[in-house]
Design a protein around this ligand. Structure first.
Ligand SMILES: Nc1ncnc2c1ncn2[C@@H]1O[C@H](COP(=O)(O)OP(=O)(O)OP(=O)(O)O)[C@@H](O)[C@H]1O
Ligand SMILES: [Mg+2]
Length: 260
């Protein structure tokens, strides 16, 4: 049976199709304001790319912020469980998962069986989220995809003192006007954000192996800064876009559900 996981996050919609133990299609799109519409679109995108019709999908598990609004979902699961499930399937050595999405950052600890022991998330403030980086990228006129590479060219340390996204944006604009190089500002932003996420994760204990999931894991500057702040080697998802980890976990849960 072909199953699907559909993760409608605050900023992006993701879907993964699986048959048995194999991923047969996946896709990521920017989410719109209506989760049901985003879910339909991302499922169609993946189905079209895989040469399938949506009627071929035997079961769908939904996750993410919009999960309750997906009418065609057969079941729902939390993002915490889905990211843990996806990461554990990818690398059973994992004991800690750090997911940074558009709207929150989550740290999850699990045992050798993949069972969740502790988790914590911060959705109270944008300063440790992908949206923080998006706002800074817009202010600096740097594309998200290039933030990592550009911050890697930094030669001088800059400390960003404001945590609040609004104040940090003003600070960044002032730094540009003072003539500070963009790579140094970006690197400073990555380190500031990484230290906030690291303190969240360290408060529940960070055990090896540590995997970073979510769209922000594609930012090599933040990835490296988080590894430094944690004083641990951070591992990427193997051969899989880290942004689809939650949808992958949802698909795995769908395939493990009996019946139907
Ligand atoms: N190619 C890329 N390079 C760098 N960063 C990226 C890239 N694509 C996405 N991102 C980052 O990933 C973030 C979105 O991550 P993700 O799709 O995991 O969020 P989400 O699941 O919608 O949000 P949440 O889980 O908080 O509801 C963006 O805000 C951006 O910072
Ligand atoms: Mg998410």
């Amino acid at each position: 049976m072909i199953v699907a996981g559909c993760d409608i996050g605050s900023l992006s919609a993701k879907a993964v199709f699986m048959e048995g133990d194999t991923i047969i299609g996946s896709g990521v799109m920017r989410a719109g304001i209506h989760p049901a519409e985003s879910a339909k679109q991302v499922m169609k995108l993946v189905a079209d790319n895989a040469g399938l019709s949506l009627t071929n999908i035997g079961r769908v598990v939904a996750t993410g912020y919009g999960k309750e609004m997906i009418p065609f979902a057969d079941a729902m699961e939390s993002e915490i469980v889905c990211h843990a499930t996806g990461a554990f399937w990818n690398q059973p050595e994992v004991r800690t998962v750090i997911d940074i999405g558009g709207q929150d950052a989550k740290a999850i600890r699990m045992d050798e069986h993949g069972k969740i022991i502790r988790y914590l998330y911060n959705d109270k403030c944008a300063s440790g989220t992908g949206r923080f980086l998006e706002v800074m990228g817009e202010a600096l006129e740097v594309k998200l995809e290039e933030m990592g590479k550009i911050s890697g060219q930094s030669t001088e340390k800059i400390t960003i003192s404001n945590q609040c996204v609004i104040f940090a944006e003003t600070e960044v604009v002032s730094l540009v006007n003072e003539g500070k190089p963009i790579p140094d500002i970006l690197c400073g932003l990555h380190h500031a954000m990484a230290s906030r996420v690291a303190s969240l994760a360290l408060s529940i204990g960070v055990e090896d192996r540590v995997i970073m999931t979510g769209g922000v894991a594609k930012n090599s500057g933040l990835f490296a800064a988080l590894s430094t702040s944690l004083k641990k080697t951070l591992h990427p998802m193997k051969d899989i876009d880290p942004q689809i980890t939650g949808a992958l976990g949802a698909a795995l849960i769908a395939s493990r559900m009996g019946g139907k």
